[in-house]
Design a protein around this ligand. Structure first.
Ligand SMILES: Cc1cc2nc3c(=O)[nH]c(=O)nc-3n(C[C@H](O)[C@H](O)[C@H](O)COP(=O)(O)O)c2cc1C
Length: 236
């Protein structure tokens, strides 16, 4: 593996962690430009420094490019055309009957994104069509799938999230963009079979990865955040 500083000229001003946190955003349109394998290896090995309880490092990653990427896109297209709602899972993305303020936040980011894409709320078909781009990795040349042993407890799901965020931050530093993709969760049984996973393994989440198309309107959006007093308390 080549080291990060061997791959990139970082002499023109290093990006701080805070810079990377500020710059990272979900990227949903990509350039048609492959990501070299040694860049992917460096990205994953760097992000693997993410902590995990008991140092379990519960995650595994399947990285698809080229034909393997096309195959999984075709699989999704086939399965979702037969069954647009996807396959049952006992680990849904959101709890049933989500409540305030989370419902409002979810609606708001939808409005921000579809607003940038100029797709009105009434145009359900166009919104569905856009959402379906998830299952083509939004055109990204790389798809990552995060695999967990389904016997793991909720802690290990959180630890895998830390690994994923680490990937997203290092990707930002390397000039790459990413979009985490829970949407793949509606195809867990099919993906398990497709990837020939071990009996107890499951796909937790996907991620689209590649060089951002900064000219695309969807990449112009900045998602809002709650204010400090909404989520933090200082007690002394
Ligand atoms: C675990 C996880 C899964 C996500 N899954 C999807 C997804 O399936 N499709 C999608 O378009 N965005 C997905 N997102 C992106 C979120 O919508 C996004 O992170 C949020 O709106 C904040 O925007 P930002 O990432 O640009 O800061 C996911 C984010 C996370 C953390």
């Amino acid at each position: 593996m080549r080291l990060r500083h061997e791959l990139f000229d970082l002499t023109s001003g290093e990006m701080t962690v805070s810079d990377a946190l500020a710059a990272r955003k979900s990227i949903r349109a990509f350039l048609d430009k492959p990501v070299p394998k040694d860049v992917l290896e460096t990205l994953l090995e760097t992000a693997q420094q993410a902590p995990s309880g008991g140092n379990l490092q519960p995650w595994k990653v399947i990285c698809v490019t080229g034909t393997a990427r096309d195959d999984v896109i075709n699989l999704a297209q086939g399965r979702l055309s037969e069954n647009p709602m996807g396959e049952p899972t006992d680990r849904p993305v959101y709890p049933p009957n989500l409540w305030a303020p989370f419902t409002e936040r979810r609606r708001e980011i939808g409005e921000v994104m579809y607003g940038a894409l100029d797709i009105p709320r009434e145009d359900k078909a166009a919104r569905r069509q856009w959402f379906a781009r998830n299952y083509q990795f939004f055109g990204a040349p790389v798809g990552l799938f995060f695999i967990l042993d389904e016997r793991m407890a909720h802690g290990q799901w959180a630890h895998t999230g830390m690994f994923m965020q680490s990937i997203a931050l290092v990707a930002t530093e390397l000039g790459l963009g990413s979009c985490m993709q829970e949407c793949w969760g509606i195809l867990r049984p099919s993906l398990k079979e497709h990837f020939d996973l071990d009996a107890n393994d499951m796909v937790y989440c996907g991620m689209a990865l590649g060089y951002p198309d900064w000219d695309h309107p969807v990449n112009q959006i900045k998602s809002p955040r709650a204010t400090l007093d909404e989520f933090a308390e200082f007690r002394d």
